[in-house]
Write a protein that binds this ligand. Structure first.
Ligand code: ADP
Ligand code: X2W
Length: 294
């Protein structure tokens, strides 16, 4: 049985939101929607409602989505094994086709549709649209053999992001929904980690906030306890001793880069909690982990 909150409690929640609505009016809020937070239909609808509400109260939400588990599903169906190096998917040509199909097609259009069903005007994009995310091949350092560079296929690093297309959509009250795919100088396609794209977009748009929704309560320490805030030094220590690993590596790196590049607040929060996004932006109770710039 669900009990309804008393009217006074409801009014309290609404008045608590007011200073945040004022403070963030006309500000850009970049929301990274991780594939792991998209598992359940009810949660997806809550997410879409939150995004529409932010837009309707005067903020400019920009959604960047992932879709790791959804890519995994299609790869398994075509009998392809996935491999990761430091949280990045090894992407051969066949995998790239699957990634583009899933991120640019299935997942992107599902989110666009969900937001539009809730009364928003979402427009789906990949970095190929208007060539707005330019990328080049990423080489990553082999942590086991420092100095040695690893080639993991069509994985991209961002060369530049053109904010013009997003600004144009914002000015028409559209909500951009961005799949993390970049385009090379010869028109080649690159798979880019969604956290990296979200961090860079937040930086280029001079966003007020970057909120990353994932499938953990936030950043956890060695004992599994939630850290409500984390400094660059603590991040270094936790990477070195292996407390931070896998998909959290690109996430924390991008979060820190964004915080250091002027994004006013960067949070990693639990996308499995209903309306986590609204709680983070419109209430006094911070949820998840705040990434500090120093
Ligand atoms: N210290 C840590 N705290 C929280 N999560 C961690 C930590 N180290 C590794 N992880 C892993 O990172 C995952 C989140 O990254 P990822 O799977 O890429 O999610 P998303 O799809 O939301 O981007 C968590 O589910 C967890 O397994
Ligand atoms: C290079 C690389 O790893 N790209 C990611 C892009 C999707 C993504 O980042 O999805 P999540 O946010 O759900 O993890 C991938 O292929 O899985």
């Amino acid at each position: 049985m669900t009990t309804k909150p008393a009217p006074a409690t409801k009014a309290g929640v609404l008045t608590e939101a007011l200073p945040y609505i004022k403070r963030f009016h006309d500000r850009t809020i970049v929301v990274k929607y991780g594939g792991n937070a998209m598992t359940d239909d009810n949660l997806k609808q809550c997410f879409a409602r939150d995004v529409v509400l932010l837009k309707l109260v005067g903020m400019n939400p920009v959604v960047v989505h992932g879709g790791g588990p959804q890519i995994e599903n299609l790869l398994a169906r075509v009998g392809k094994k996935a491999a990761f190096v430091q949280g990045m998917r090894v992407t051969d040509a066949e995998t790239m086709d699957v990634v583009e199909m899933v991120l640019g097609g299935q997942v992107n259009k599902e989110i666009v549709n969900l937001i539009n069903q809730q009364g928003g005007k979402a427009v789906g994009l990949t970095g190929k649209d208007g060539n707005f995310i330019r990328a080049k091949k990423l080489l990553i350092e082999n942590l086991e053999k420092p100095g040695e560079m690893l080639d993991i296929g069509q994985v991209g690093e961002i060369v530049s992001i053109d904010p013009g297309l997003i600004a144009l959509l914002d000015s028409g009250d559209f909500i951009p929904v961005i799949a993390p795919i970049g385009v090379g100088s010869e028109g080649e396609t690159y798979n880019i980690n969604a956290d990296v794209v979200a961090g860079k977009i937040a930086e280029v748009l001079k966003a007020e906030k970057l909120v990353m929704l994932t499938n953990t309560p936030g950043v956890l320490d060695k004992a599994g306890n939630l850290l409500t805030g984390i400094t660059p030094r603590e991040i270094d220590d936790m990477v070195a001793d292996g407390t931070l690993s896998g998909g959290m590596l690109p996430k924390i790196g991008s979060a820190l880069d964004a915080a250091r590049s002027g994004v006013k607040s960067v949070h990693i929060i639990d996308g499995r909690v209903e309306h986590a996004l609204l709680l983070e932006i419109l209430t006094d109770d911070g949820v998840g982990t705040l990434i500090k710039s120093k």
